[in-house]
Design a protein around this ligand. Structure first.
Ligand SMILES: Nc1ncnc2c1ncn2[C@@H]1O[C@H](COP(=O)(O)OP(=O)(O)O)[C@@H](O)[C@H]1O
Ligand SMILES: [Mg+2]
Length: 372
């Protein structure tokens, strides 16, 4: 029988597969148990959903919470938003064996919303007729009170997680104000986690005094995976393909701790002939080909100056306003700094703790300068 490739890189992993992230998980649990909310911002494919899945699992098992993971990725309309809420609660309450409670809550939300619409027969068209904006908004308000009602009925506390929160912001005008009007009354009833792939947007939402969610959620940073646990994890899974294990340290270094890229390259490495003296570079090439379409899209989305700055960082310069960097990019200092800031904002570059810049995605770096 052929062994299945143990490296999955195209979907969130189940909690048992999590590498490291102990500190982040502990902090998220501690905040939720303490009745506080958190925000988790990191580039796409950095392991947010994987970590959130582990949080749900842990907090339900160890702390008796009822957890709901709401996924707003690529949400397009208010009807879609309501559907995502309903799906999230349905799954969360079902896991906690509260299916009947969920049915009664959903019924109440839909019937109540219908009653506000003149000429409608309450409940008859539940879930079938297309609802109008006012009705959907009313349903959303009801859904945001689900944690309070669940707590009243069961005495248990809820954790509600908004994944890819920035996509929700773009669909529902003023949603931060709507959320605030509910969650501010949920202390000791529910805690919230807001996760997203646009850190600057989340930072503004929670860090600007003029916004309703100002200081409503504590930031939990999610950086690259630490080399030691990543290497140890790869060791246990590459064991059956010796001597491919010899490449682990180089793979970890190349990946820069990018979780999905590390997993993708490991997947490709696992498929190489173990005796191939260039197995790792063949694996990296295969991963780059696999990622090429996305890399192309990233490149297309950049301005001319952003491309120049990215090119400079790809040559190994790490301080964008250094003399050498300026000479390479052939653009002015101000434009250069502006382009670099925009690349950081869009998670294409990251600033390390030492203040130096690097490219978030190691495959993008490779794709930009394949000769290295
Ligand atoms: N802690 C982790 N341990 C192992 N693999 C991880 C971890 N975090 C992320 N990954 C890898 O990255 C991929 C993308 O993770 P995901 O949680 O979907 O990221 P995000 O939600 O940030 O886009 C997963 O398929 C997995 O291969
Ligand atoms: Mg995700």
């Amino acid at each position: 029988m052929k062994l299945a490739n143990p490296f999955v890189f195209d979907r969130p992993l189940p909690p048992g597969e999590l590498i490291d992230r102990e500190e982040e998980l502990d902090l998220l649990v501690a905040l939720a148990v303490g009745g506080q909310s958190a925000r988790l911002a990191a580039p796409r494919r950095y392991g947010k959903t994987t970590l959130l899945g582990a949080l749900v699992d842990h907090i339900e098992r160890e702390e008796g919470f009822i957890a709901t993971l709401l996924d707003f990725s690529r949400v397009t309309s208010m009807a879609d938003v309501v559907a995502r809420f309903e799906q999230g609660y349905a799954e969360g309450l079902e896991r906690s064996k509260l299916r009947a409670l969920w049915r009664s809550l959903r019924r109440r939300a839909t019937v109540d919303a219908h009653l506000r619409v003149p000429g409608d027969v309450a409940g008859v068209s539940v879930g079938i007729a297309p609802a109008d904006g006012e009705e959907l908004l009313s349903r959303l308000h009801h859904l945001l009170e689900v944690p309070r009602v669940v707590h009243e009925r069961t005495g248990r506390r809820c954790l509600v997680i908004f994944d890819e929160f920035q996509d929700l912001l773009k669909v529902v005008q003023g949603v931060d104000g709507i959320l605030r009007s509910h969650i501010q009354h949920h202390y000791k009833v529910a805690s919230y986690v807001f996760a997203g792939s646009e850190p600057s947007l989340l930072a503004e939402l929670f860090g600007d005094r003029k916004r309703p969610l100002f200081e409503q959620a504590r930031s939990v940073p999610l950086g690259p995976l630490a080399p030691a646990p990543l290497a140890a994890w790869l060791e246990t899974r590459l064991g059956s393909r010796e001597p491919l294990g010899e490449w682990i340290d180089e793979l970890v270094a190349f990946s820069g701790g990018h979780p999905q890229r590390a997993m993708m390259i490991a997947h490709m490495l696992w498929e190489q002939d173990p005796q191939d003296p260039d197995a790792l570079s063949h694996a990296i090439n295969a991963a780059t080909r696999e990622a090429a379409e996305g890399l192309e899209q990233t490149w297309t989305s950049l301005s001319a100056n952003e491309r120049k700055v990215l090119g400079v960082i790809a040559t190994g310069q790490r301080q964008v306003t250094s003399k050498a960097a300026l000479a390479l990019s052939e653009i002015g200092k101000g434009s250069q700094a502006y382009a670099a800031a925009s690349l950081v904002e869009h998670c294409i570059l990251r600033t390390s703790s030492d203040g130096l810049l690097s490219i978030v995605d190691p495959l993008l770096a490779r794709w930009l300068s394949p000769a290295r």
